[in-house]
Design a protein around this ligand. Sequence first.
Ligand SMILES: Cc1ncc(COP(=O)(O)O)c(C=O)c1O
Length: 327
Amino acid sequence: MPPRFDLSLSENPFPPLPSVLRAVHMTLAQANRYPEFLPRQLPMLIAQHVGVRADQVVVGSGATGVAMQIMQSLITPGADIVYGAPTFDGYPIMCEMTGVAGVPVPLGKAGDQDLRAMLRAIGKRTALVVVCRPHNPTGTVIPADELKAFLADVPTRIPVLLDEAYVEFLGAAEYTDPLALIKRHPNLLVLRTFSKAYGLAGLRIGYAFGRTELITRVGKLQLPFGMGAAAVAAVAASYAAEPELTARTLRITEARDALRAALLSRGIAVPESHANFLYLPGPGIGTALRRAGIAAKCYSDGSARIAVGDPAADHAVLRALTPTSTP
Ligand SMILES: Cc1ncc(COP(=O)(O)O)c(C=O)c1O
């Protein structure tokens, strides 16, 4: 039987906004035509929004596609990638695909990336370091000053991928200015996606930005005709609908905090999350959710990560994890 709720992929529970749907729909009438040979409009749109030049942006098939392109263009087989573990599944998978050795550095007790240990793990063969902010699966955020110190300590010859797939869920207090960071660090690439806060996971739109020299190297592997015309329309319409999308993001983060508080009161030590998911540590959590018809991302120690924001699903999670009192 399919699960009643699928919370396994950290998706946005809201369907696309009507204005975004209309814009995408209009492009379908031209689907007999190829899109741009190499994407120009999309990097321009994104660059304007982010506050960089178009030649500082590379786009691809979701953040996953962009990360893969980064790995293929900057790393030779046999090299190492350092990342906190567990992390977004894509990283170990893409290491396998590209013949690169993943160097997983266990997270700290609080679910945070252990930056000191990550620095120690950097060696001669290291060709990329990935840090996620917020981190998947725990939702924790590296404090801004620690991130800055870390970036200063990584040798400049090694590119650093700052994965900000969930950046729009950060509160103002946690936000750091990526433009100042890329100005200071020529080896930094910031990775983002339209899959999460923008709710367009099915359209596969991601991007990275950084200094022109590095982006140009990554852009060399841009797939001709690789970005459909719907992506440009969806991004333009999404930027035009920013207030509505921000209101949705706020609903998701409020629901997240309410669910976390309820789970804490039931004795589940859920770390404070700054993304659109919660990490539920403890043996048996994944099993209890599965028995209740809830698909979660499960970990070998029985812990689970769930997407939040759908009131019915949030309620089902609480019921599944509330011990029933026996008479
Ligand atoms: C940390 C992180 N990075 C990147 C991605 C990839 O997102 P997408 O390929 O949908 O843009 C995800 C997806 O879950 C993620 O959690």
